[in-house]
Design a protein around this ligand. Sequence first.
Ligand code: TRP
Length: 360
Amino acid sequence: MCLYTLVLDVFYRRGQVFFISLHQNASSNIYKEEKKMKKLLCLGLSMLFVFSLVGCGNDDSGDDKAFKVGIVQIVEHPSLDTIREATEKQLKTYDGKIEVLYENAGGDQSMLNTICQQFKEQDVDVIIAIATPSAQAAANFSDEIPVVFSAVSDPVGAGLVKDLEKLDGNITGTSDEIQVDLIMDLAIEMYPETKSVGFLYNSGEANSASNLDKLKAYAKDNNLSVVEGPFTNTSEIQASTQSLIDKADIIFAPNDNSVASAMDVVSSLTKDSKTPLFVGADSMVGDGGLATVGINYEELGKETGNMVIQILDGTSPSDIPVKVFKEDLNVYINTSVAEAIGFGSIDTLKENHKDVVEIK
Ligand code: TRP
């Protein structure tokens, strides 16, 4: 019961007592007084009643209502965590209350549906789905709940939207379209003798499968051969990495969520064998990859948050085109790894590229 109703109730009871006492004392000479008091009391009570309606109405009017946003993430690894933190930070700028519910699937794709189902039962207003596998699961709920996906490398290839600009569903988001050509150009610049590239990936991740197609196209144009190192379970990463070390000159691990969450295994094998490991994201360079050309994921996370705010403010997801992050790229290089595998000086690299970020 709202405060106003409570006050009204107390007033009303007091009024009754007052009337009773008036009636008890009723006599002809105070009859006029009584009538006047009754009128005043009625007026007071009606005013209170109106007040109570306005007051109670305010509680439900939306001014104080907290929106609920559910964040689903396939696994925790540094890049996805950076994205989520930047998104949440942006949501805090919203002029209103947002309650954030966060769940991650610990790398288990079968958990994603359960998490989204839970969000549905919790009546969330928007689902934010970080990375491709999460987005594919959340898309199945987009009939009822608006979905904003985040860092999906190939939203069309993953079947989330038909077109990045012309949307017709209850789903939109941000994309980190991996610049496979630029990463391979860098690899060839650093290792001009390269003849074969090993591609390490989880074949169950649509984002990695579409990067494999790009790599194959690049290899065809540049007389390289591609050796595939697929795995379906993280327990197989070690064996896949080892076989690529044995068969290829360099390895390319795209921004595959399973590889990103097992970089300790991959990087120690490649470092020990002095195999150059090119990767698909800055965080993977930080975790022991040799180099990449890529974006700043904080910006992407921030934009994801902005899209959610627009939707909470009433914009339809289909009126917000997918935003692809493929500009403002940096060259990220891990200088300790470069040294450990005997790459030598990175001075020439720094002369050739204006945006070199050194990570140790
Ligand atoms: N782009 C990935 C996807 O589509 C998600 C991702 C973002 C990622 N940053 C990454 C994966 C860094 C590995 C490493 O699912």
